[in-house]
Write a new protein. Structure first.
Length: 286
């Protein structure tokens, strides 16, 4: 399975000028660590980006086997950053693992994940983080995909979700169907009023939460309703071999210090390239 990464400066603007990290050096180090570990353990790495994103990453000389410029004219609002990930998933024609740039695979995937129809970082079933956005969607959407409607009819507002810090698998038909359901939901005329209101009044709140709904809730519910097994990377039965710096973890001073130190120690040439970036803060999207 090849490793796949997606990056668009349009969506980086929306989250944080440093991708959620406190400074540009930490962001660049995270990119270096994530890609080089994926190259080591998965062998083949591909990048899906826009022209500006490719230019920003180029000085790091990361060993991408493929670079695809696909997001220059991407039409979705910058708050919905998961859209570029969904588009990347849809473009895959062979088994893949998509990794976020703040996710690090320290060892090869274990044998139990070989041939997985769908694999994801971890389950987020009954996670309270989803409660508000799922309830809002079920109560306000003019259009619901059939599998969401069926799940809601059977289980109400019960949360079924997965974390897609690492996501992919061999069942491309299922993976593509989950993506298409999300795009159809975003594009459907019956949902236009809901999304316009969300964008106008909840641009950094409830609208932003639609990212986890459309990517992670949809995927989990679709697989549940269609009896597709999802296998999870994180397991208490195995030694830790995967890290995902979620949310505030990227801004924790200890985590940031360890991240930079790890890259400096394990990949000194790459760290030197990070240090040599001219005006590295100014180079990041404002």
């Amino acid at each position: 399975m090849k490793a796949v990464f997606s990056f668009s400066t349009k969506f980086l603007d929306a989250q944080n000028r440093h991708g959620g990290f406190p400074d540009a050096e930490a962001w660049w180090c995270s990119c270096v660590l994530s890609v080089l570990l994926a190259k080591q353990h998965l062998g083949h790495v591909a990048l899906y980006t826009d022209t500006r994103g490719a230019a920003l990453l180029a000085p790091l000389a990361l060993p991408f086997d493929e670079v695809h410029l696909v997001f220059d004219d991407f039409a979705y609002p910058h708050q919905l950053w998961m859209a570029l990930k969904l588009q990347t998933y849809q473009l895959q024609q062979a088994p893949f693992v998509h990794l976020d740039f703040d996710a690090y695979l320290w060892a090869p995937l274990p044998a139990r994940l070989a041939g997985a129809r769908v694999l994801a970082q971890s389950s987020e079933e009954d996670c309270a983080y989803y409660d508000s956005v799922v309830a809002y969607f079920l109560e306000n959407a003019g259009y619901l995909p059939d599998f969401v409607r069926a799940h809601a009819a059977a289980h109400g507002h019960k949360i079924r979700a997965l974390n897609a810090g690492l996501y992919g698998g061999h069942d491309l038909a299922t993976l593509h169907a989950c993506c298409q359901a999300a795009f159809t939901t975003m594009d459907h005329p019956a949902n236009a009023t809901m999304f316009a209101a969300l964008r106008a009044h909840h641009g950094h709140g409830l609208f932003y939460d639609f990212n986890v709904l459309l990517e992670q809730y949809f995927a989990s519910v679709y697989c549940h309703q269609h009896h597709v097994e999802v296998r999870y990377v994180l397991s208490e039965a195995e030694p830790p071999y995967f890290t995902h710096l979620l949310g505030a973890a990227k801004r924790d001073p200890t985590n940031v210090r360890l991240l930079k130190a790890r890259v400096a120690h394990d990949y000194p040439a790459a760290y030197a390239r990070v240090q040599a970036l001219p005006g590295v803060v100014a180079a990041m999207p404002a």
